[in-house]
Ligand binder design. Structure first.
Ligand SMILES: Cc1cc2nc3c(=O)[nH]c(=O)nc-3n(C[C@H](O)[C@H](O)[C@H](O)COP(=O)(O)O)c2cc1C
Length: 376
């Protein structure tokens, strides 16, 4: 591979952004922001270590207090949180790598333990039937029936997205990714399984899309559309998702988003993070047919498939998640055909401190035998 022209490692520019390659670091929650939910020096070090990516998308970041639903993940609603994130963007920009912030509201996937005893909010009062959730006490608890948002409250949540998008700008990010995937609040609105509303935000696919449309427009008040990305997961089952009309829904979503000329549409097309098995999975080729802008593929991609997707014109960018955890210099490894470190054990994914986070060696260090305890 190293003697051939690499499409994956070729640069890409748009709207003043300069990506050294097409490898995107996929958003990954790592729970290192402390109970105060403020990004910090440790996180700055972690992201800077991974700055060989063409673009970094931050871990999911709560837009408001009501959005919180993961123990020790960061937020972006307060001045202190903006200051914390500035440390990260400064460190990453020191390597000339652009970085987007992922805007997150967990909706029904949260728990009243995170919300001062109030139930989580959702489009409809339909309980998450999936695995238990690790709450703020660190304890695993069953999901609760959420409270359906009133119609005028939905507009207030849209304002929270606008505020978070503004804060992302103040914190020095190059853009935002709206997290409309993986069964969190926006996905709950998009999908018929979780949205049984009878107002203008429910029922038809046009209505179920309205919440995301208003969020995109709120972000456009702050950012040029070429600095706004959207993430969707048409095939996913994570967070008890999967609706029989998934193909109709996500085809419509992609068609509508096409008109906004966004930075990219990030589609979790791969099946290695859970698949709902309600029919044939939706593919990047299929999205190419209905979406005219930049497309990012994700999930389970290895070097060869990522290369092929871009060479075949099915994607412009490929987001890579888990391999970045234990290979901080992943892109150099791709470029030099170097072997990978052992995958990190899942028990360090969300384990609060430096161990299993910033202690994975780059290739040269690994050659010198500096193996992280987290991969032994
Ligand atoms: C530890 C971990 C945390 C994740 N956190 C997020 C997140 O905050 N936001 C998001 O959109 N996806 C999240 N994901 C999903 C990844 O972005 C990606 O879609 C998934 O890992 C599949 O890509 P991969 O096969 O390259 O790892 C997470 C995945 C992992 C393993």
């Amino acid at each position: 591979m190293s003697n051939q022209i690499s499409h994956l490692l070729s640069p890409l520019q748009w709207d003043g952004l300069s990506l050294a390659n097409r490898v995107v670091m996929s958003p990954m929650t790592r729970a290192r922001a402390g109970e105060e939910m403020i990004a910090n020096e440790l996180m700055a070090k972690y992201y800077a270590q991974r700055s060989s990516a063409g673009l970094i998308i931050s871990e999911g970041t709560f837009i408001s207090k009501e959005a919180v639903g993961w123990w020790q993940a960061p937020g972006i609603w307060s001045d202190e949180q903006v200051t914390g994130w500035k440390k990260v963007t400064t460190a990453v920009h020191g390597h000339d790598t652009p970085m987007f912030l992922q805007l997150w509201h967990t909706g029904r996937a949260s728990h009243s333990d995170f919300l001062d005893g109030e139930p989580p909010v959702a489009p409809s009062a339909i309980r998450h039937a999936g695995d238990k959730i690790r709450t703020s006490s660190g304890e695993k608890k069953a999901h609760e029936t959420p409270r359906a948002l009133e119609t005028d409250e939905v507009r207030r949540v849209v304002d929270d997205y606008r505020n978070a998008a503004e804060n992302a700008k103040l914190a020095g990010f190059d853009g935002v990714e709206i997290h409309a995937a993986n069964g969190y609040l926006i996905d709950q609105f998009l999908q018929s399984k979780t949205n049984h509303r009878v107002d203008q935000y429910g029922g038809t696919v046009e209505n179920r899309f309205r919440f995301l449309r208003e969020i995109v427009e709120a972000c456009k008040d702050v950012w040029p559309s070429q600095r706004i990305g959207v993430r969707i997961s048409p095939n996913g089952s994570f967070n008890d998702m999967g609706s029989p009309d998934y193909r109709e829904t996500f085809t419509y979503v992609a068609e509508q988003l096409s008109d906004y000329e966004l930075a990219f549409l990030d589609v979790i097309d791969g099946l290695k993070f859970g698949f709902h098995k309600l029919g044939e999975p939706m593919t990047l080729e299929e999205f190419r047919g209905v979406y005219s802008g930049r497309l990012m593929g994700n999930c389970g991609y290895e070097r060869e498939d990522a290369e092929r997707r871009i060479a075949d014109g099915h994607a412009d960018l490929i987001a890579i998640g888990r391999p970045f955890i234990s290979n901080p210099d992943l892109v150099e490894r791709f470029a030099n055909d170097w072997e990978f470190n052992e995958p990190a054990k899942a028990d360090v994914w969300y384990s609060f401190d430096a161990k299993g986070y910033v202690d994975f060696p780059n290739y040269e260090e690994a050659q010198q035998g500096e193996l992280s305890e987290s991969v032994r």
